[in-house]
Design a protein around this ligand. Structure first.
Ligand SMILES: Cc1ncc(COP(=O)(O)O)c(C=O)c1O
Length: 435
């Protein structure tokens, strides 16, 4: 039976238009700055829009330099390469800077955070997740340094716009002379109180990256930025991103180059979005609060954050189903099967029900250590090695927070154009899943 016709959902009508997880929200100024670029013929990877957004973002985040790039992934790649060069020296043109070296990485994140480690020939070691903010677990990070003390680089993301436990992580990083790459792609505008001082995410690491992908809190349709206080690093990234041209009249190259620079057209869209960043955050926060209230008597909880030490940007609202209210379900590599049980539900059932009424949700990001491509990589939990922990004879503790979040969690429709009435209908659909 089609879920829409299930008697549990009687009386609910499909949404007239689709309700998105998180889609671009345009305001009009974007068109003006794109038109301006075209009218002035700056249809290139140079132009005033780029200069202006670099200046405005650097000011907003509180760093000295911002370098506009084609994507957050490009920013992460060049940040990773910079860190590799600083730690281990310049690599041959046909080799990565991290060859033969381990890098400690967030586990529950989008793979763009960690793929640059592989681009640079490094070995990602995935660090398990804590339950208080769903980010890198400082205790697991400590364990990882015990196991692999030579490691000198950490890549961490702030999942869904919620800052991780930066104070503990930076303390551990400093104790081991390790550098930190901060992936703030999902968390632009989120703040963290570091040693008593409020600091924007994107200004907390040695190398920092943001994204203007279409689903982010503000967008350029694409685009990203590298953020830093180091002029030398900013200049290097600018050079690498424009094919590493040397100061010669002809094309002269001493380093491998990339075509990663931001376009002035995309920068025009970002320029139009910038004045609305705080408004978008307020809208996302209202969505989070409305879910929290609307779902409070169900056996679920929202993605948590530390209200004392952080202000998230609330990019995506998520929920986790209580263990004893989780209906049976299994996932293969590309499909899943679920079965309804009275009073219970599962991420698969809820996402199918939302889709039946034209609303988009998504499972919690599948942890990197469970991804086929990274299955051979090391994984460290607060208890130590997280691989090969099942034992035919002894019951293990099974500490694998990321796997648990993936099993029980889902991202809810969090589009800031969703009306309160539409969100109430989403909440009602979720509620009926537990009937
Ligand atoms: C955590 C995280 N890192 C990196 C990226 C990559 O950014 P981009 O799509 O701009 O390359 C994304 C999203 O796309 C992301 O969510």
């Amino acid at each position: 039976m089609e879920l829409r016709n299930d008697p549990r959902f009687r009386g609910i009508t499909p949404f007239a238009g689709r309700i998105w997880l998180s889609s671009p929200t345009m305001h009009g100024d974007e068109q003006h700055w794109v038109d301006d670029a075209i009218a002035t013929n700056w249809v290139s990877t140079v132009g005033r829009n780029i200069d202006e957004v670099e200046k405005a973002i650097a000011e907003y985040v509180g760093v000295k330099y911002a370098v506009g790039l084609s994507a957050g992934t490009a920013a992460l790649h060049l940040a990773t390469k910079l860190a590799g060069e600083r730690l281990y020296g310049q690599a041959r043109p046909d080799a990565g800077t991290l060859a033969g070296h381990r890098v400690f990485c967030s586990d529950v994140t989008f793979d763009a955070s960690v793929n640059p480690v592989a681009y640079e020939d490094g070995e990602a070691v995935f660090i398990d997740t804590e339950r208080d903010t769903w980010n890198m677990d400082p205790a697991a990070l400590e364990k990882a340094f015990e196991m692999y003390p030579d490691t000198k680089l950490i890549v961490l993301a702030h999942l869904y716009g919620t800052p991780g436990k930066m104070e503990e992580i930076l303390e551990t990083a400093h104790a081991h002379d390790a550098l930190v790459i901060e992936d703030a792609a999902e968390s632009l505008g989120a703040k963290y109180r570091l040693n008593g001082r409020w600091t924007e995410t994107g200004a907390l690491g040695d190398y920092n990256c943001i994204s203007f992908n279409g689903n982010k809190i503000i967008t350029g349709s694409a685009g990203g930025m590298f953020l830093t206080d180091s002029k030398e690093d900013a200049d290097k990234v600018r050079k690498w991103s424009t094919q590493s041209r040397e100061a010669a009249p002809w094309y002269q190259h001493e380093e491998i180059g990339y075509n990663y620079r931001m376009s002035n057209i995309i920068a025009g869209v970002v320029r139009g979005q910038l004045p609305f960043l705080n408004e978008h955050i307020e809208q996302k926060k209202a969505i989070y609060e409305r879910y929290k209230k609307g779902l409070k008597d169900l056996p679920v909880r929202m993605n948590p954050y530390d209200a004392e030490k952080s202000v998230p940007n609330f990019w995506l609202s998520c929920m986790l189903i209580d263990e004893d209210a989780l209906a049976p379900h299994v996932r293969g590599e590309q499909e899943e099967l679920w079965r309804h049980e009275e009073g219970k539900s599962s991420p698969g059932e809820i996402l199918a029900a939302l889709a039946a009424f034209r609303a988009e949700g998504r499972p919690v990001w599948k942890p990197m250590h469970l991804q086929p491509i990274y299955r051979a990589n090391k994984f460290v939990t607060a208890e130590g090695n997280g691989r090969g922990r099942t034992n035919a004879y002894i019951k293990g503790t099974g500490a694998d927070v990321g796997a648990d979040l993936f099993r029980r969690g889902l991202c809810l429709p969090s589009d800031n154009k969703m009306t309160p009435g539409e969100q109430d209908a989403v909440i009602e659909i979720i509620r009926r899943c537990f009937d």
